[in-house]
Design a protein around this ligand. Structure first.
Ligand code: DC
Length: 231
């Protein structure tokens, strides 16, 4: 990054729309850092789970927050790693159980406030592509480009189910779909920073797009906006 004001791309959308894969690929292409904010919520979810709390025990989660040390670092190939204290929990936060905990703790305003400054600070100091649920609406309302990335629940469940099968898991398709619909509902209906399309956001529906096509579409939007800002 030179003397220029950092460039920021906010990508929001429901789980399974391909946000992280598409954001990571686009960040790599433009030399921006990729910030996966869901991983931050997952790390708090993991901490709650490990403390023996149930996903809805908000009092307990609140009590946990002041003592939590959550760090986002970048590995040798530029990949984001999440640390809970000194432990690299990047792989451990990728389970369905932690996802459900993350969804629950993320409905708490105290948890969101706890992460907000770290998220904003990254965008003040780096060119970023940041993805989550409230990036364009709350975290970076002045982002240079706002994208709402979505796909039908069935398509998202299909992709998730194939991913699980490839890893040898035998979860039923119906179950995967139910979990996706349930998480959407929680993320959209919560009072604190619900998932919604920000004003000025470009909606990209990936239901009928391949991954490659989705990346191309997002990169074209960035290219165009970047040209407008930096010539
Ligand atoms: O994108 P993900 O599945 O890793 O996100 C995990 C949970 O965190 C998800 O249920 C929604 C929540 N989340 C959020 O509330 N705000 C964000 N900016 C990112 C994720």
């Amino acid at each position: 990054m030179g003397m220029e004001k950092p460039f920021s791309v906010a990508i929001d959308g429901p789980s399974g729309a391909g946000k992280s894969t598409i954001a990571r690929a686009s960040a790599l292409r433009f030399g921006f850092i990729y910030v996966d904010t869901g991983a931050m919520y997952r790390t708090i979810g993991l901490a709650a789970l490990r403390s023996g709390l149930g996903p809805h025990e908000q009092e307990g989660v609140r009590a946990l927050l002041p003592g939590l040390r959550i760090d986002l670092r970048y590995g040798p190939s530029g990949e984001q790693r999440m640390f809970l204290g000194d432990e690299d929990v990047s792989a451990l936060i990728r389970t369905q159980e932690v996802a459900m905990y993350a969804s629950c703790v993320s409905s708490m305003p105290e948890v969101r406030a706890h992460l907000l400054e770290a998220q904003r600070s990254l965008a003040r100091t780096h060119d970023v592509i940041m993805d989550g649920r409230d990036i364009a609406t709350v975290v970076l309302p002045d982002a240079d480009l706002k994208i709402f990335l979505t796909a039908s629940a069935e398509k998202r469940a299909e992709r998730r189910w194939e991913e699980l099968r490839a890893r040898g898991s035998e979860e039923e398709f119906g179950q995967v779909l139910r979990e996706i619909v349930e998480r959407d509902r929680q993320d959209e209906e919560r009072a604190a920073a619900p998932l919604k399309i920000a004003e000025g956001a470009v909606v990209v529906d990936t239901s009928e797009l391949s991954l490659k096509e989705s990346v191309e579409r997002v990169c074209a939007l960035i290219e165009e906006r970047l040209g407008g800002v930096r010539g």
